[in-house]
Design a protein around this ligand. Structure first.
Ligand code: SF4
Ligand code: SF4
Length: 145
């Protein structure tokens, strides 16, 4: 179910553009509003929906999923570690879902200068090992005297 933007609600902040893994959220150069340039290439990940502070992004529901039409709102509560979705159908019926936030917190990934640098090329450890494996040291062969 690809996404689309309500132009009247979008303020052109660009967060959806930055987060879209398919690079299909673009800002219109003239009106400075976001739009989905290629719904067929939408991953339907809804990262953009969750990121949008204006709740300006909705999704086009497939007919079997939302035969009556719908409105979709999402509330991301970082402090409570949850994301809540509310679907409002055209007949007034609503459905609500709440999920834990499982994604990496924004700006929490390590910056490029913490990855192996040129001088580390001979090192057999992969990036961020052994820390990412939650061990102090990787097992290795012991030299027998
Ligand atoms: Fe991009 Fe995912 Fe939004 Fe589709 S749902 S436009 S892939 S961020
Ligand atoms: Fe517009 Fe929302 Fe995208 Fe910001 S995140 S550009 S408000 S649609």
């Amino acid at each position: 179910m690809p996404t689309f933007v309500y132009m009247s609600a979008c303020d052109g902040c660009g967060l959806c553009v930055d987060i879209c893994p398919s690079d299909i959220m673009h800002l219109d150069r003239d009106i400075r509003r976001a739009y989905n340039i290629e719904p067929d290439y939408c991953w339907e990940c809804y990262s953009c929906v969750k990121a949008c502070p204006q709740h300006a992004i909705d999704m086009r529901g497939y007919a079997d999923f939302s035969p009556l039409g719908h409105g979709l709102t999402v509330l991301r509560e970082e402090d409570k570690g949850r994301v809540s979705w509310k679907v409002t159908y055209r007949n007034g019926q609503t459905k609500e879902f709440t999920f834990p936030i499982r994604s990496t917190r924004p700006n929490s990934i390590r910056p490029p200068d913490t990855f192996p640098q040129e001088g580390d090329m001979g090192d057999q450890l992969l990036a961020h090992e052994p820390g990412y494996l939650k061990v102090e040291k990787l097992p290795g062969l012991q030299k027998v005297e």
